[in-house]
Design a protein around this ligand. Structure first.
Ligand code: FE2
Ligand code: FE2
Length: 220
């Protein structure tokens, strides 16, 4: 269910980016296609959310249930529409839609036991196939010579960003492990030293030598 909510959020965010692409493109055909595409993505977002809501209602009432709504694994989250040209954007979209189509195919096939959710994926999958195909057709139209290079670049940048995400998650995990080791290995050492120092101190007030007992007329 959280996965559905996360998918819903991704679709709606993607829809917003594509709406922005429709605003900035100078190509009237692309503008029309981007508008259709954006409306599709918004609809996908609503379908996912509705299905998640229906599943939530079907659950036995558990007021303590908490949803993790920290959405982060967006397929389109690195997209900065204003910095893309028509061809780089189409290549990026084509690669992203292809990935979405294959991911949703897996989900559809895995959800044999849940026909309602399965039909949501089935419905969305039709659109994703259309998005995957029109972005390729249009990329070939606007950049007949360089479309293959654009697609490879988009694939590479997607892999690179996935690698960076993985690497930063790994770095976070390693940081956590090191902090835990420090907590259990170094803190007890300091605690032991502090206790030993405490034992050496004589209890109560201690008299000090008269030289150190002058009035505080200087800083030292
Ligand atoms: Fe979608
Ligand atoms: Fe799509």
């Amino acid at each position: 269910m959280q996965k559905l909510l996360r998918f819903g959020e991704t679709e709606i965010d993607g829809g917003r980016d594509i709406l922005r692409a429709a605003e900035v493109t100078r190509d009237p055909l692309l503008r029309r296609l981007y508008l259709v595409h954006a409306v599709d993505e918004l609809r996908h977002g609503q379908l996912f959310r509705r299905r998640a809501a229906a599943m939530l209602h079907a659950l036995p009432a558990r007021p303590e249930i908490e949803l993790d709504v920290s959405f982060s694994d967006h397929g389109l989250d690195d997209l900065q529409v204003d910095q893309e040209n028509d061809d780089t954007l189409l290549a990026f979209l084509h690669v992203a839609e292809k990935a979405a189509a294959s991911r949703f195919t897996l989900y559809r096939d895995a959800l044999q036991s849940d026909p309602a959710t399965r039909s949501v994926f089935e419905d969305i999958l039709q659109d994703e196939m259309f998005h995957m195909n029109y972005t390729l057709t249009q990329l070939i139209r606007v950049s007949p010579e360089r479309h293959r290079g654009r697609i490879w670049r988009a694939r590479f940048s997607r892999l690179w960003k996935a690698y960076l995400r993985g690497a930063s998650a790994l770095a976070g995990a390693i940081g956590g492990v090191i902090l835990t080791i420090q907590y259990f290995a170094i803190l007890p050492l300091f605690a032991f030293l502090a206790k030993r120092a405490e034992r050496r101190e004589s209890p109560g007030w201690t008299t000090i030598s008269p030289q150190r007992n002058r009035s505080l007329s200087t800083q030292y």
